[in-house]
Design a protein around this ligand. Sequence first.
Ligand SMILES: [Zn+2]
Ligand SMILES: [Zn+2]
Length: 388
Amino acid sequence: MAKRDYYKVLGVDKNANADDIKKAYRKAAIKYHPDKNPGDKEAEDKFKEAAEAYDVLSNPDKRARYDQFGHAGMNGGAGGFGGGGFGGGFSMEDIFRNFGDIFGGHFGGGFGGFGGFGGDSGQRVNRGSDLRIKVTLSLKEIVNGTTKKLKINKLTACDKCGGTGAKDSNSYNTCPTCGGSGRVTEIVNTFFGRTQTVTTCKHCGGEGKIITTPCDKCRGEGTVKAEEVVEVKIPAGVGEGMQLSVNGKGNAARHGGVNGDLLVLIEEQNDPDFTRDGNDLIYNLNITIPTAVLGGEVEVPTVDSKVKIKIEPGTHAGKILRLRGKGVPDLNGYGRGDQLIVIDITVPSKVTSEERKLFEQLADKPSFKKAESVKNQNIFDRMHNFFR
Ligand SMILES: [Zn+2]
Ligand SMILES: [Zn+2]
């Protein structure tokens, strides 16, 4: 559907001031308000159209952009309406949330509940609260994935009353406040005339009934404290700060209902050998001076086992070797990261007199006479080149 000109929508001219625009919107909002036009789709569209027009024209920045670019200036772009913007249109809740500004404080709250109409009918279902627990994992567990048995202190359904909180099925009265519906309808006098709002009954908490004789074990709560061991399967590749959610393993709900969730927060243990960098693992390898000069074979730990790697003759400190696929598996199954081996050369801080002599002899030889700088001298350049 082609968008109508915002000024035309509100019936104001291009030079209208903020007050004119507000007044015009107020008029349109009252005329097309859904409470005044129940079931009228056209009125609802007009109502939304007016809200959209007002949103733009009441904001000096948006209005200026609209004046310059028309509707084309309103779709996304820098400083546009962003993700939740007009792409999908205004929701009724958005519109009512802004009513406080236009009609005074009373309306913001009065219509806040609007979005709650329709959808759910009948009594409210209680939901237990979520539980949070931290789990510390070693690098090996992260690489291989693991199953943890976690001891949880939680509220579970009382076994004596089956979670109802009542002594037996005769221990109830229908809630006198809501007559058993769990909801109360309030008539509020508003700007638009009398408006109905439906809220959860405070007396029974939406349950529609009142317990007359509570269960003596849980004292009417329907829940008791208990310890439960929950097995949590942790996939390979998780990382510090991630949160896994185990459905229905949180607290039981009061008077029966749906359990909350168990939220498992992942903590990574420091590993003595490896530093994690995303899915790559960094390992610092020290080699001796003779190995650096002459080359050789060195054993290196990996997170799975050990491998022998070849050191080329003339290896400099700071060189990085890559063991493909020896890093952390990608959580989404996109292969595995690498192990990066950063070479350092061990320089002895003390030498024997014999070693001293040998080094002095060497120092005179042509290959040892001159220090030269390596290209990409610094480690960061080299890391950078490496990762490119
Ligand atoms: Zn009630
Ligand atoms: Zn009980």
